[in-house]
Structure formats: structure tokens, C-alpha cells
Write a protein that binds this ligand. Sequence first.
Ligand code: PXL
Length: 276
Amino acid sequence: MEYKRILTIQDISCVGQCSLTVALPILSACGVETAVLPSAVLSTHTAGFSGFTFRDLTDDMPEIQKHWQKEGIAFDCIYTGYLGSTKQVGYVKNILDTMGKPNSVNVVDPAFADNGKLYPIFDDEYVAAMKTLCPSADILVPNITEACFLSGMPYRESYDEKYISELLAALCKLGCSKIVLTGVGYTPEKTGVVVYEDGKASYYEHRRIAKGFHGTGDVYASAFTGALMRGKTLFNAAKIAADFTVSCIEKTQGDPSHWYGVKFELALGELIKALG
Ligand code: PXL
């Protein structure tokens, strides 16, 4: 098995099981070396905790990148998530465009919205900046809310396949080539992911667990990226990540005190097995 080196750029939420505290262990379990570039440090994530601290690391990025360039460091994959500021998006675009090895893969999880709403720190200016990342992404991994904000399509709670096709077409116009659209469900009991590649959409449908859990977008994107780096096809990586995320939710849903994230650690063995 070829040993791959990933760079992931997202925040450290010290408590809350999201972003880097999820991505690092999941990517390590997938057997890939993981370098990190923290976008910000927060005491907790912003979804449900109040009074969180927020240290923006935007101004550290160019110096860190310069040092890596001096050392000749490059990556097989660059995977981005929750970023710290609109200005930072420009730095991250430059990293995506220049720090990969030949044939490296850029995975961009927009990570700025869910359930029809932007996360607290973000605004329209941030969304506009995120649109500029799309042409630098080999694979975009949005949920439906993010896809709507990026494309300008209206957000809907219920929809049909035609709406999803229009959403994918609108994202392509921003310069995205491959898309893994998460949280696509056509019936109350089921949800799934649409994998769009070479002009063709394929759907992996699975059980929908009633309540949404924080951090599952990060769990999904991390497992997807890890599986991709292990040589899985786009569709198989999307499927492995979906099964893993469902299992993480199943292991959490019986415990109402664990409202802030999912107990993904308990399902890492299953992920490793699925990767073969
Ligand atoms: O899971 C996405 C995420 C990542 N990082 C922080 C967040 C959120 C979602 O709310 O607040 C800080």
C-alpha cells in the first residue's frame, strides 16, 4: 500500500468532536500521514455552546506555508474544512493551488452552513470567498445548504431528483468538477449521498436517523478523504464514509447527554475493516 501524506486545514475546537479533533484520528485510522494547518482555535464549536473563545490563525498561514516551501514539503492531498476568516480563504486557495505534489487531490468541504442557515461566524462575504475555492477543488463535498448558498439556488426541505440535478449543474458552473453532495433524501426514512463525476450522478441511499448530530459533516468528509487516499473509487469512498457516519450516529443516539458530537471513536474499527 502506498503511504500518502495529507494536509488538512480546519479549526481546532478544543471540545466538541468536530474539525481537527475528528479529522486527525479518522485519517490516521485510514493509514495516511496527516499534517495539519489549524485555521483557528476555539474553546468549543459554535453549534450549541455559548461564549466560546475564538483565536483566528489567518496571519500565521503565509509564514507556515513559506517554511514548508523552504523545506520542500508537498502533499498527496489537501483537504479543507471550517476556515477562520474571509481573508484566510485567499491564503487557503494559494495553498491548494501550489502545495500539492503532481497528481495531488484537493478535497474542499465548504463547512459553513447546515439546515438552511450559515454557522454563526460566517456571512455573505465569506460565502462569496468560498465560491472562489471551487475551481481549486478536485472534489467538493457540500451539504444541500452549502450547495444552495454557493450556487444561489433556493434552499428546500423537500425536493425531487430534478432539483438535485439543477443544484449539481449550478455548482459545476462555479468550476467544480467532481461533487459529493451529502444529506440527499427523497423520503422521510432514507437519506444518502449523490456522487457526481464526468457529468454523471450516482446515488447511495441509506437509513436516515431522525435527529441530526453536530460534527457528522466533518466525520463524513474525513472518512471519505481517507478512503479515497486508500485507493477507493469516488463512489466507494462516498459509500464507506456514509456507512461509517451512520454507525457513529447509531452509537451516540441513545445518550442525550452527548448532544455536541458523535462517538466516532467507537466505530473506527468498522472503518478500518471496510477499507480492507
Ligand atoms: O462541524 C462543523 C464545525 C466546525 N468547526 C466549528 C463549528 C462547526 C459547526 O458548527 O462551529 C468551530
